[in-house]
Design a protein around this ligand. Structure first.
Ligand code: AMP
Ligand code: ZN
Length: 468
């Protein structure tokens, strides 16, 4: 399996630090609003990377944080007259609802920055001890960027060029030794959340959060660190400087970055105001369509969001789901006999599409080509599955399609599970119908529920129900 490593700017063979295991960290969102579909791109992409790694037999420890202390969260709290904690908790909950809709598996751990402050104070202390950081007179702690010899290795920037860029922007009142130094800890401002530290009451800088959460949940040396390409500099560059100076070992072997989701060829972002939230899109489309749309392009290619492409994704997805439903339908009345020789041969042939899928995914997670292989399999199913086939054969074909779709996070069966609230409503309606002696309607409701696998029992205490 090869993946493109931003660090070396090459596709490299994936060799894990520890055999059979993958330790992966993906920078998560800052939670002060509903996530937009640009934020959804890394979530979908790296969830698919994780699923493919699992398909290949790796045991994946997947960590993705929520940044729950930040200027934007604090400002939103002030605007709404509430606390930063209330804002972040609310949007973490909403984010998880969106993630679930996009069929993104929950991370092994979703750490919250505010729960990891002790670890941050400890790492900052260590950086000071080693001479990589210093507290300024006002209690701000800065990272001494020039001291870290490899600074710029991820973004392929030269430190002197960076310095030149900073020369004109000397901010008055800053107590840094050097314009390139960045903040690890900053003093509290009135009304802001803060924590005690040896330097001042205050809160951490953004970059230190990820270094600490990655270390705590995955260890000093991890396999993959990932995020959108806007995080390469300065966020990931600074994370490397912090972690490698503090731990003395290479932080992450591979660095993966997704390209932007654009709208009219401009990056979709909150600050430009050109965004759609996942929630808005969910009102028009099943979020499976959004997921399928995202995976229709290679993750390192920019992707333009448009109604046409969403319609194309919707149609493509429907073709796959229809083929799956077709086999399931045939299966119901298929004979439980030994597979015929012809069927065995056809199954062998269908394996070619799975191989094609793997070849595409092994080449830096080329989901676009992977999806083409799935379409080829769908075409094969449509021409090689009929009422004459045995159950075993149809099962095997279905499993093959499902296996590939599982890697992509595409669901083949529509979620038809009826919700408890819906059941209760129907039962209430049935009771009302009975009262009015409308027994036809009452029976109709009972049959409707039965069809959905809900069995009603009339008892002296009232109506009881259970799932079949
Ligand atoms: P943020 O909440 O801005 O820190 O972003 C969370 C994640 O979304 C980061 O990995 C960003 O790189 C990513 N991201 C933000 N906007 C876009 C976009 N338009 N396209 C792709 N990824 C994005
Ligand atoms: Zn991060």
């Amino acid at each position: 399996m090869k993946l493109y490593n931003t660090l070396t700017r090459r596709k490299e063979e994936f060799v894990p630090v520890e055999e059979g295991k993958v330790k992966m960290y993906v920078c998560g969102p800052t939670v002060y609003n509903y996530i937009h579909i640009g934020n959804a791109r890394p979530m979908i992409v790296f969830d698919t990377v994780r699923r493919y790694m699992e398909y290949k037999g790796y045991d994946v420890n997947f960590v993705s944080n929520f940044t729950d202390v930040d200027d934007k969260i604090i400002n939103k709290a002030i605007e709404e007259g509430t606390t930063a904690e209330e804002v972040s908790q609310r949007f973490i909950k909403e984010c998880k609802i969106d993630m679930d809709g996009m069929n993104i598996n929950p991370a092994t751990t979703h750490p919250l920055a505010t729960q990891e402050i002790d670890g941050m104070i400890e790492m900052i202390g260590k950086l000071i001890e080693k001479g990589y950081a210093y507290p300024a007179a006002d209690g701000t702690v800065y990272y001494r960027t020039r001291k870290f010899k490899d600074y710029g290795k991820l973004s392929h920037k030269n430190i002197d060029d960076l310095q030149a860029g900073h020369r004109d922007i000397k901010v008055t009142g800053e107590l840094k030794e050097d314009a390139l130094d960045f903040v690890l800890w900053k003093p509290k401002k009135e009304g802001e959340p803060y924590w005690e530290s040896p330097w001042c009451d205050g809160r951490p800088g953004w970059h230190i959060e990820c270094s600490v959460m990655s270390k705590k949940y995955l260890g000093d040396e991890i396999d993959i660190h990932a995020g959108g390409e806007d995080l390469i500099f300065p966020h990931h560059e600074n994370e490397i400087a912090q972690s490698e100076a503090a731990n003395g070992v290479e932080f992450s072997k591979y660095w993966m970055h997704n390209a932007f989701l654009n709208i009219d060829n401009k990056k979709m972002s909150k600050s430009l105001g050109n965004f759609f939230t996942v929630r808005e899109v969910s009102e028009k489309y099943d979020l499976q369509v959004l997921r399928f749309f995202m995976l229709s392009a290679h993750y390192r290619s920019p992707l333009n969001f448009s109604a046409d492409l969403m319609e194309a994704a919707k149609n493509g997805l429907e073709r796959i789901v229809t083929a799956a439903e077709h086999i399931l339908h045939l299966q119901k009345s298929a004979a439980e006999e030994e597979l015929t020789e012809e069927e065995k041969k056809a199954l062998e042939e269908s394996k070619l599409y799975q191989d094609k899928f793997e070849t595409a995914m092994d080449d830096d997670f080329n989901t676009a080509d992977g999806i083409s292989a799935v379409f080829e399999l769908v075409k094969f199913i449509n021409t090689h599955a009929s009422a004459e086939n045995t159950k075993g054969y149809l099962n095997a074909l279905y499993d093959r399609l499902k296996t590939l779709c599982d890697v992509l996070g595409i669901l083949l069966e529509k979620e038809e599970e009826i919700l408890d609230a819906e059941i209760e409503n129907l039962i209430a309606e049935r009771q009302a119908a009975r009262k009015e002696k409308n027994f036809a309607r009452a029976d109709e409701i009972r049959d409707l529920l039965l069809e959905k696998g809900i069995i009603l029992k009339d008892t002296r205490e009232g109506v009881q129900w259970k799932r079949a």
